[in-house]
Design a protein around this ligand. Structure first.
Ligand code: ATP
Ligand code: MG
Length: 410
């Protein structure tokens, strides 16, 4: 990408409601544009980050046998009436709209109902199971408060995976596979060190569920943890029986702020029961399919990474999600020419700052945008046939032979 060719500009100030540091940098560095509270646009660099996050999630889910689909955002009220979730009293976050032809539609806040209904077309026998289907898709929720930038949107991108199993054992085996996949995903996203699997309430259909909580100051949740015993739990389950089961005492727990980046749930027959998703088992008996659901807040993850990975000067993207690996600056006439040459063939990993600006302004934007490696090529470095490379995270600065730029490991 050439910075001279994009319509996006870095900004001196962020929208004033953007109080979280990472959210302000995402706006200022030109990753996102705010339309309304909780409503954002993704600009070219932001879209790249989002795509990198999605790719990591896809790779790890495909590796455990999940299949990707893309379902509609328009929801048929009849299905949600069957599960008693159409009622605004029960689901206060519905966005709804009127059909010109008469009747109402909902804008998808989640997809348990439509995917359960869809599976009735494809699941009838034990031979059709298990099924693991996911999508990365836009959700709409009429959240009372939208804050912390893209961490809580009224429109946001979620990865939602649904499992359909024959037996509880089969379900549990897959549940553990998802736990392992989530670990890999959060590690690759660069927030593995601060993301914990927390105990949460499972509601009426299962005793417990798990949330993936990233410890971060601007997080909206409070979680309780004990490092020595590697126990993390959320507020809902902070009660004697749970503490006993986990082998910790209340006074051994500390509390901290965290953001829920994902969760996993055993649903059993919560949706397959009322929607009558059944299969015929080996003995010819009709059974209800057992379900699980597994979410990751894709756009929230991007916001959380921005909050965790930044300093006074701007963003500091982890390598795995950075939109580009190198921010290339040529100084002086020869430096610029050489930068053009280094750019050729490496367009996918290099952001070339070929704008007509002073080097100081380019350096400041390189820091604001948070590209992992800033590469400078100038008369001074060329005298030794070298380029200067600076690690955004550590500040480490090296001169390396120009010809070895793309083959040197840092
Ligand atoms: P929260 O308690 O934060 O409202 P939730 O329990 O409503 O989350 P789910 O319905 O299980 O969340 O959605 C799955 C994931 O989607 C969540 O773990 C979270 O990462 C993300 N998510 C939920 N609501 C939002 C939102 N309004 N904006 C961005 N991401 C969200
Ligand atoms: Mg919610």
């Amino acid at each position: 990408m050439r910075l001279s060719k994009t319509f996006v500009k870095t900004l001196r100030t962020a929208p004033k409601e953007e109080t979280a540091r990472g959210a302000a940098f995402l706006s200022r560095a030109g990753y996102i544009h705010k339309e309304l509270a909780g409503v954002y646009d993704y600009l070219p660099l932001g879209l790249k980050v989002l795509e990198r996050i999605k790719t990591i999630i896809r790779e790890e889910l495909n590796a455990i046998g999940c299949e990707e689909v893309l379902m509609s955002s328009l929801q048929n009220p009849e299905l949600w009436q069957k599960t008693d979730r159409w009622d605004i009293e029960k689901m206060d976050i519905w966005f709804r709209t009127q059909l010109a032809a008469g009747g109402e539609l909902g804008l998808a806040p989640t997809h348990e109902e439509p995917i359960t209904e869809m599976m009735k077309t494809y699941i009838s026998s034990y031979k059709d199971l298990p099924v693991y289907a996911y999508q990365i898709q836009t959700k709409f929720r009429n959240e009372l408060r939208a804050k912390s930038g893209i961490m809580r949107g009224r429109e946001f991108i979620m990865k939602d995976l649904y499992s359909f199993s024959r037996t509880l054992e089969e379900h549990e085996k897959f549940y553990h596979q998802v736990e392992a996949a989530y670990r890999k995903i959060f590690d690759r996203l660069g927030i593995g060190d601060s993301t914990y699997e927390a105990f949460a309430s499972g509601g009426v259909f299962a005793k417990y569920s798990h949330e993936y909580q990233t410890f971060v100051e601007v997080g909206e949740d409070t979680v309780y943890y004990n490092e020595d015993k590697s126990v993390v739990l959320n507020e809902e389950v902070l009660q004697d029986d749970v503490l006993e089961m986990l082998g910790v005492k209340r006074e051994e727990l500390k509390s901290t702020r965290a953001a829920e980046v994902g969760n996993i749930f055993t649903l059993k027959d919560k949706y397959s029961g009322p929607l009558e998703l059944k299969f015929t088992d080996e003995k010819g008996e009709r059974q209800t399919v057992l379900m699980g659901c597994y979410g990751i807040g894709v756009s929230r993850v991007m916001g959380v990474i921005a909050e965790k990975c930044c300093d006074d000067k701007g963003l500091v993207w982890p390598d795995g999600v950075a939109p580009y690996k190198y921010y290339l600056i040529g100084i002086g006439e020869t430096g610029m020419k050489q930068a053009e040459e280094l750019y050729r063939g490496h367009e996918a990993e290099v952001l070339l700052d070929d704008r007509d600006l002073r080097p100081g302004e380019k350096f400041a934007d390189a820091e604001l945008m948070g590209i992992p490696y800033r590469v400078v090529i100038s008369d001074k470095t060329l005298a030794e046939d070298k380029v200067e490379i600076v690690n955004r995270k550590t500040g480490e600065n090296r001169l390396i032979p120009k010809a070895q730029l793309y083959t040197t490991q840092f």
